[in-house]
Design a protein around this ligand. Structure first.
Ligand SMILES: O=P(O)(O)OC[C@H]1O[C@](O)(CO)[C@@H](O)[C@@H]1O
Length: 353
């Protein structure tokens, strides 16, 4: 039998634990870069899920290492932008290592005199081959195109890079580093329980989850990356109109499209007054306003994971219910993810090489 998206999600606890054990070796190029001098402005070139993963981890760089992260869509960076000379580190992030736009952007950074660090799970890929240094995501090549395992592995690696930078640049102590590593290990061990709770929640709400014509997720801070990945994953798998918004940005226009068919999903690390106020305002106007929360035991409308944690780590936990939700709602809609559609797309459009 072929490997499914759910098989990949189920491997996350094991693979994330491995990444935590092996990162000092696998991310050795990060140490070498940090030894060359401080990093203040990091440019991450990435598209799709890889861009969303970068958004999940970006604030850890500023909090722990005082690094300003810019995440750029590769194509406009290549074709419309002047290279910012203040950039002192460039990571071209592509899980497959085959996105053509990211390859072109990597070349532009190299032409601007910057060493390109390629972060990928495929060391033989075109991006890896042309890069100046390789950052191995250390999850193997994901056999399913709708990436989940690679997404979570990317977020964890980026958090670990931020941690290494934080320690090297004096932003955090060795004790703080160890506390964070312990929290990450505990998070990884919590994932099987997260999966069980998510399954039960989805089964309970099956009727409304399967019948909505429009899905919207809302997050804040690093959880915007989770909301954006909701958009990417639902669009790829559920194939109904789906969007992810930043909490405050949602209040500037997007709410106006809400109607009685609309399914809203709030993503919270802990009870949040602003997110809660929006949910209560919107609830009478929509089919359902559900919440995924890292904290608490929750109510009928809330999947509560009862695992309070540092908000900077929360995306790594809260992405898992989103991934399972995409897989299960696709199945409820009768979509067979094993059947390829638009099979000639990459051949014709050359977006992946
Ligand atoms: O991280 P990569 O391999 O560059 O892929 C970026 C995006 O391209 C896709 O694989 C589609 O081509 C998406 O699923 C993914 O989010």
């Amino acid at each position: 039998m072929s490997v499914t998206m759910m098989d990949c999600i189920a491997r996350e606890p094991e693979i994330l634990a491995r990444i935590l054990d092996e990162y000092p070796q696998k991310l050795a190029p990060v140490r070498e870069r940090l030894a060359q001098g401080p990093v203040r402005r990091l440019l991450i070139l990435a598209t799709g899920s890889s861009m969303n993963a970068a958004q999940c981890a970006a604030y850890a760089f500023s909090a722990w290492a005082q690094i300003q992260v810019e995440i750029k869509e590769p194509y406009p960076f290549t074709h419309y932008e002047r290279f910012d000379e203040a950039t002192d580190w460039v990571i071209a992030l592509s899980q497959s290592g085959k996105s053509h736009s990211t390859l072109q952007a990597q070349r532009k950074a190299q032409a601007a005199g910057r060493a390109a660090y390629c972060m990928t799970s495929n060391g033989d890929s075109p991006l890896a081959q042309e890069a100046d240094a390789l950052l191995d995501i250390n999850c193997g090549i994901e056999p399913v195109g709708f990436v989940t395992l690679g997404f979570s592995a990317t977020v964890l690696n980026l958090l670990l890079i931020a941690l290494m930078a934080g320690e090297a640049q004096g932003g955090i102590s060795a004790a703080e580093r160890d506390n964070t590593l312990n929290s990450l290990r505990a998070l990884t061990q919590r994932l099987p329980e997260v999966m069980r709770r998510t399954d039960a929640f989805i089964t309970r709400h099956q009727a409304l989850l399967s019948s909505a014509p429009r899905y919207v997720a809302i997050g804040y801070g690093g959880l915007v990356g989770v909301a954006k990945e909701f958009e990417t994953k639902f669009t790829e798998t559920v194939r109904c109109p789906s969007s992810g918004f930043e909490l405050e940005a949602y209040m500037h226009g997007p709410y106006l499209e809400a109607n009685a068919g609309y399914l809203l999903l709030f993503i919270e690390d802990a009870p949040d007054a602003r997110s809660g106020a929006l949910r209560e305002y919107m609830r009478p106007h929509v089919k359902a306003a559900l919440t995924f929360s890292a904290a608490g035991d929750g109510d009928d409308q809330t999947l509560a994971l009862d695992f309070p944690l540092d908000p900077l780590l929360a995306p790594l936990l809260l992405i898992v219910p989103v991934q399972i939700l995409a897989f299960r709602v696709a199945a409820m809609k009768g979509i067979d993810l094993g059947v390829r559609i638009f099979d000639d797309f990459d051949k014709v459009l050359q977006s992946k090489i």
